[in-house]
Design a protein around this ligand. Structure first.
Ligand code: UDX
Length: 480
């Protein structure tokens, strides 16, 4: 037997350099490590530096000998504003500059796993974000098996798979500006999916839009891999997953990943992969609030808002009379002077009922008994974290998959309210009151049911538990 084959498989994990994907791919990496595989997680230098700054990333894996972190350049200058509106530039640079580096690192054994300084295990399998299509090219060229992961919602990914059909049928670009028209070319969603629920970049109506160009090949790209790993569970997304299997037959729905990891985590401390410093004083504040009395407000790591939107939201929250915990990221408001311009009545209302932080330990916040609802931008991680904890949602989708996610929250799962395309203090006030008071039992009932399904799928024999077992077996057999 080849010396390399007697060693555990060595899996290289390559996340997209954004908070959401980094978060969930780290969790996948840790899960695989607990299953006895050797793992290298490949981070862009920028993401690595930020993790070193804000987390215990360098010491967290000390007790985990099968885990190493390596870095690669994203090809951009240090001062490039990578988050927010500039992400397509990061993406282009990854495709053009990082691809070559990636292949060089693999072929020159720079990504080998060192075992006691004696043996070196080459990469035997790659798991990469499915949107990094170049990783499939490289895997093909060097004959290493590859699995793709998509950390966005399956409902959005399914729409990407259907984009060629939407275009061929003439449904896209839209003929007029009626955004409430139902979409017919997305099988399984014909009765509820409107034009306004399509991914935000579809509003451009421009077939040459770089997002349309990028995502319309997702079906083709993802089906090139051995299988597609998804952060969801069968019971949440079964109809959509069955549709997706017509294009990618080998799916591994193994989520919710954050909770899956917690179940297996025996030796390591709970992981934080935050790119911002967490303000834990909000947990002390929550400890002094009544059960289900607080609405948690956070719009993730990318969404931004104008000063006017901020003020509308703020009045809506204060006027609702409910307690609120609000994450306002320093880079999320256009215009730096907003703090000094907050009207006195808002400041007073916040002192009485609210607490504001720049970044929160979100999973812990959502698990807190004082939190009774979540006003979210509908990033997929946020939705899964909320579903797992049984917290109903108000949805203010900002961009990308969030428009379709929010439609599913309201219409398919019935666990929240969709505030899409509005930003008005009266609507905010009404929705907060509906969620937290007037329709509280209705939403909590459905959210609790969904939470039970999410918890059961991770038990021995549950769907995500079994899919994960199958994934590990398949990685092992392909690495032989
Ligand atoms: C991005 C895209 O915007 C989103 O549409 C896609 O579904 C995933 O990738 P992001 O906007 O950051 O993600 O949202 P989300 O997926 O919700 O991820 C945010 C993560 O940051 C969550 O895991 C959340 O727990 C964490 N978070 C957020 C914190 O830890 N603290 C906070 O204060 C806010």
């Amino acid at each position: 037997m080849d010396e390399q084959e007697s060693l555990p498989p060595h899996v290289l994990i390559f996340p997209l350099p954004l908070q959401g994907p980094v978060n969930s791919m780290f969790k996948l990496a840790e899960l695989l490590c607990f299953s006895g595989l050797h793992i290298t997680i490949l981070l862009t230098e920028n993401i690595h530096n930020r993790l070193v700054l804000h987390t215990d990333i360098t010491s967290r894996f000390d007790q985990c000998p099968g885990f190493q972190i390596k870095t690669i350049s994203d090809g951009l200058p240090d001062d490039h504003p990578r988050d927010g509106g500039k992400f397509l530039e990061v993406f282009d640079s990854l495709r053009t500059k990082t691809k070559t580096l990636f292949k060089d690192m693999l072929t020159s054994d720079l990504l080998c796993f060192d075992l006691d300084g004696k043996e070196r295990r080459r990469v035997s399998c790659i798991i990469a974000d499915g949107v990094l299509g170049f990783t499939c090219d490289v895997a093909d060229e060097i004959s290493v098996p590859i699995f793709c992961v998509r950390t966005i919602s399956p409902c959005c990914l399914w729409i990407f798979f259907c984009l060629p059909k939407l275009i061929e049928s003439g449904e896209y670009p839209f003929e007029d500006d009626n955004l409430d028209e139902l979409i017919k070319s997305v099988p399984g969603a014909e009765t509820f999916l409107r034009r306004r629920d399509l991914p935000s970049f579809c509003r451009s109506g421009d077939l040459t839009d770089s997002n349309i160009q990028l995502y319309k090949t997702e079906g083709q790209e993802n089906s090139r891999a051995h299988g597609l790993i998804l952060n969801t569970f069968e019971e949440l997304d079964e109809p959509i997953l069955n549709q997706m299997r017509t294009i990618c037959p080998n799916l591994y729905p193994i989520g919710p990943l954050h909770a899956h990891l917690k179940k297996k985590q025996t030796t390591l401390r709970p992981s934080s992969n935050s790119l911002w410093a967490e303000d834990r004083t909000c947990i002390d504040w929550l400890n002094n609030q009544l059960p289900n009395s607080v609405i948690y407000v956070s719009f993730g790591s990318i969404a931004t808002m104008t000063n006017d939107q901020l003020i509308e939201f703020w009045y809506g929250l204060v006027n609702s009379g409910q307690k609120f915990l609000w994450v306002i990221r320093p880079d999320s408001i256009a215009g730096e002077e907003w703090r000094s311009k907050i009207p006195v009545d808002l400041a007073t209302g916040t002192k009485e009922r609210g607490y504001i932080v720049e970044w929160a330990p979100q999973e812990e916040v959502l698990a807190h008994p004082a939190v009774g609802g979540f006003w979210t931008h509908c990033g997929w991680n946020s939705i899964l974290e909320s579903v797992y904890e049984g917290k109903p949602m108000i949805c203010w989708p900002y961009f990308f998959d969030q428009q379709v996610n929010s439609r599913f929250v309201e219409k398919v799962w019935g666990i929240g309210l969709d505030m899409k395309d509005t930003c008005d203090r009266e609507i905010v006030e009404k929705m907060v009151k509906d969620l937290m008071v007037l329709r509280k039992e209705e939403f909590l009932g459905r959210a609790n049911h969904m939470s039970k399904l999410a918890k059961n799928c991770l038990m021995e024999g549950g769907s995500s538990y079994s899919n994960f077992d199958r994934l590990v077996k398949d990685i092992k057999s392909l690495s032989d």
